[in-house]
Design a protein. Sequence first.
Length: 364
Amino acid sequence: MAEKEVKLMKGNEVIAHAAIRYGCDGYFGYPITPQSEVMETLMELKPWETTGMVVLQAESEISSINMVYGGASTGKRVMTSSSSPGISLMAEGISYLAGAELPCLIINCQRGGPGLGTIQPSQGDYFQAVKGGGHGDYKLIVFAPNSVQEMHDHVAEAFDLAFKYRNPAMILADGAIGQMMEKVVLAPQRPRKTDEELKAECDAWAAMGKSSGRGRNVVTSLELQSEKMEIINQRLQAKYKALEENEVRFEAVGCDDADYVIVAFGSSARICSATVEMARAEGLKVGLLRPITLYPFPSKQIADLAVRGVKGFLSAELNAGQMVEDVRLAVNGKAPVEHYGRQGGMLFNPDEVLAALKDKLIKK
């Protein structure tokens, strides 16, 4: 059995390593703190000399996302990365990618906002990631890593789901996960897809030269006939329903006997795991439900806990209250749902979350 390759590295750095090892064909990006190490690491590794992967610094985030559109149109595995204001600049292109049903990977290493905000960690882009962000009725597949290892693993998982469903995927990290250093087990190197493999996988839709026996593939999100555009929208909604039925990922800690459940994702979930331990030490039956996919969201799992008799839910987020709305929709009035958060790049600690849980739910 081959020995595992274990390294100590930052979350942003491991994104670059994972992309190369997955067999990614191209990265197009533009520097912005706190995710610039993604491109810096790719430039240092020079994958164009080993796997043939293209790495290109574009002139802007808008250029980057449109280069991704072009690469994805040919069936290639392409990606970009940015941080909150940069993702906002990409929003139009992301909507185009979703409308044209193009698979790709987008990394958002969140920072505090609104506006230029701060370069410190935040989770203020939840709405932007899971509710669209651009225009129209579309969804992204959204992963929320809570460790450097998950930053690595989600690259392959997100790419695989993007191609399975022909839909853009996003890894919604934050500055804390992107900048922290941890031990990570690196995946073995996969070869990039050959032209023959790409043709077998993507010939039905990709712009890779007309094959005999089929019509031309036109990659576009434009349809001027309303009747046809409605059919396209209905097909997209059917795809999203399939995602919700089959691709939900979550972690439940101590939820089987919990009277109260904290719902948290990403770096917040790391902090809240300590809160659960502290609460249990005090004799309080508290559990943690961590959505690993923010879309599709684990609504059914949260609803089941509410039906079982959980007395209250606390949504702990580094924002003013965003995911809490989806938790409330899932609970559907069967139990109280409260929010606790910090903003502007500030992190909460386990004691603060426990105090909020007691104040907002347990003491009521």
